[in-house]
Every structure is written in C-alpha cells, then in structure tokens.
Design a protein around this ligand. Structure first.
Ligand code: SF4
Length: 306
C-alpha cells in the first residue's frame, strides 16, 4: 500500500485561470444574476458548477443572451466574429481571454495580413482553436498531428505556424519537425505556454519515480488530458480524475509511491481530500518535486467597472 506521495510542482492553477476566475467572481459579486459567460470560463467541472450555483449562465451561442446583458468571455478566447456579434447585440463584455492566447490571435492575424498560409497545430473543436481559427479562417488550416502533414493542401507558399497553448510539448515537436520537413522555410511560433510546459515537466519527473500517477482535471481540459498522457508515456500507470470520487482504491494495491498533480484549471482544494485519504492509507512521507517556480501574474482586463 502507499507509503510515499510525490506532489508535482508546479501543478494546478496558472496565471490565466486565476485571472479568468477572478473576473467572473468580481462580476458576480457586483451584479445581480444572471451573469452570462461565453463557454465554460475554464475547463473544470467543479469550478463551473460552483459558478452556476452563484448565478452564472454558461452559453455556447450569443443568441441565448438577452440584448444589453453582461457577458464574460472565457480564458480560451473567442473569434472576431463573436466579438462583432456581442457588439451588435449591445452586450457588455468583459474579456477574460488569457493574454497568452491573445498573443496567438495577434500572431495569426498579422501573418494573414502579411500573406502567409497559416498552419494552426491544435485539436479541432477545442474552444481555443475555434477562436484562433476565426482570426483568418480562409487562410488557416488546422493540423492535429504529424500524420496529417503530408496531405496538407498547401503548395510551395509561405507558411506560418502557430499552436494551441495547451498541447503536448513532445507531440508538438514532432508535428513541427514534419512541417519543417515539408516546408523548410516555414516560420514557426511554438505557442505552448509556460504553465503547460512546466506542468508536463513536473508530471514526468514524478511519473519516473512513482508506481502510480493521479492527474486531477476534467476530461474537456486539454492540458489535464495531456498531463495523463505524459505520465503514461513513462510507462507508469496513470489516471485522470475529476476528484476523489473517481478514484478506485484498487489502483493503490502494490503502489508504494503515488504521484499526484493537477491541470491548470484545477483548484488545489480538490487535491486535499485525496492527500488526506492517502495519509489514512499509510502515506507517511509527502515530497514536493519542484521543477520550476512560477511568478507570472496577469493584470485584470478592462471593462470590469463599465
Ligand atoms: Fe493561459 Fe497557459 Fe493558463 Fe491557458 S494554460 S490560461 S494559455 S497560462
């Protein structure tokens, strides 16, 4: 049974998620419900359910939002088409898009203006990818994995590469290699963010020493899903759970060293019951495994007081 717990550091909330949660929190505290949010504010079931109970209404289409209402855009960003529709419907927008996602939007828009064909490495249908694609839909092609590169319908044109921020560092390097193989002059921006990179390094470090890894994060959280994949890639059995309720105690059989981490949208309080439970099961040593120290903070967006 478990005797040692390795805690990945960094884990959990990143600066973009802290900012987005703070924005919705402040809007809910200052305005009567309902307050609308376009898409889930961050991809975590517990966080979203908590906001729902306080009067937030999450919508996937602005047509569901009455004219003139307050709306918060999520951390994942939105396409210019959504911004324009919000303007037409006189919605009072607070944009909680992570500044690191905004940076990718700007790169994409500029590359399109400069005449590039854009390859967007990312997962089709993910909120962030949908938003970035919207900057230049007629010039952008999504590339999900390296096997798609050979069949890309782009000839010898100037190619500019951007990425989703929450991808697997290793898989993305493979896709970029394949793109460089086909388009040697491609201009490449690897936009995987600091938080994604650090959390993947940290989970790899614990997985290499653990008999079992548990990743806390929701199934629609790209970075959480990637963390489980990175851990499993070391050969260590790895599971993603939304919280302690999803853990099967049978996983702990024969596992002396357990590794624990959480995706960038996961509050640390979801880990506390798991840690307490492990102590009850015999864990006497809790060891933080630190691969990086994060000091990134983002200022609140404009429009909070409008
Ligand atoms: Fe921003 Fe990265 Fe956090 Fe996404 S994971 S919100 S890009 S800091």
């Amino acid at each position: 049974m478990p005797h040692t717990l390795l805690l990945a550091e960094p884990r959990g909330y990143c600066a973009g998620v802290v900012r987005a949660i703070d924005v919705l929190d402040r809007v809910l505290a200052s305005e009567p419900a309902p307050v609308y949010a376009f898409h889930e504010i961050v991809h975590n079931r517990h966080v979203v359910d908590g906001f729902r109970q306080r009067g937030a209404v999450f919508v996937d289409s602005l047509s569901e939002v009455p004219e003139g209402s307050r709306i918060v855009f999520s951390a994942h960003g939105v396409s210019p088409e959504v911004v324009e529709e919000a303007r037409r419907r006189h919605l009072r927008v607070v944009d909680a898009t992570c500044p690191l996602v905004t940076k990718v939007h700007k790169e994409t828009k500029k590359a399109a203006q400069d005449g590039f064909e854009i390859l967007l490495i990312g997962h089709r249908g993910h909120d962030e990818v949908v938003g970035t694609l919207g900057e230049a839909p007629e010039r952008t092609t999504i590339v999900d994995n390296a096997s798609e590169v050979d069949a890309l319908p782009i000839g010898g044109k100037s190619v500019f590469v951007v990425t989703q921020t929450t991808l697997s560092v290793d898989d993305t390097a493979e896709v970029i290699d394949a793109i460089r193989g086909r388009y040697p002059a491609a201009e490449v921006r690897n936009d995987i963010c600091y938080a994604t990179t650090n959390r993947q390094e940290a989970v790899r470090a614990i997985a290499q020493r653990a008999d079992l890894v548990i990743v806390v994060g929701s199934e629609n959280s790209s970075n959480s899903v990637r963390l489980r994949e990175v851990a499993a890639g070391t050969g260590t059995p790895s599971y993603r759970v939304d919280g302690i309720e999803d853990i099967d105690p049978a996983w702990y059989e024969g596992a002396g060293v357990v590794g624990l981490t959480a995706g960038a949208s996961v509050p640390d309080e979801l880990l506390e019951p798991i840690i307490e439970d492990l102590r009850r099961r015999g864990v006497t040593r809790v060891e933080p495994v630190v691969v990086a120290t994060e000091t990134v903070e983002f200022r609140p967006p404009a429009g909070l007081d409008a």
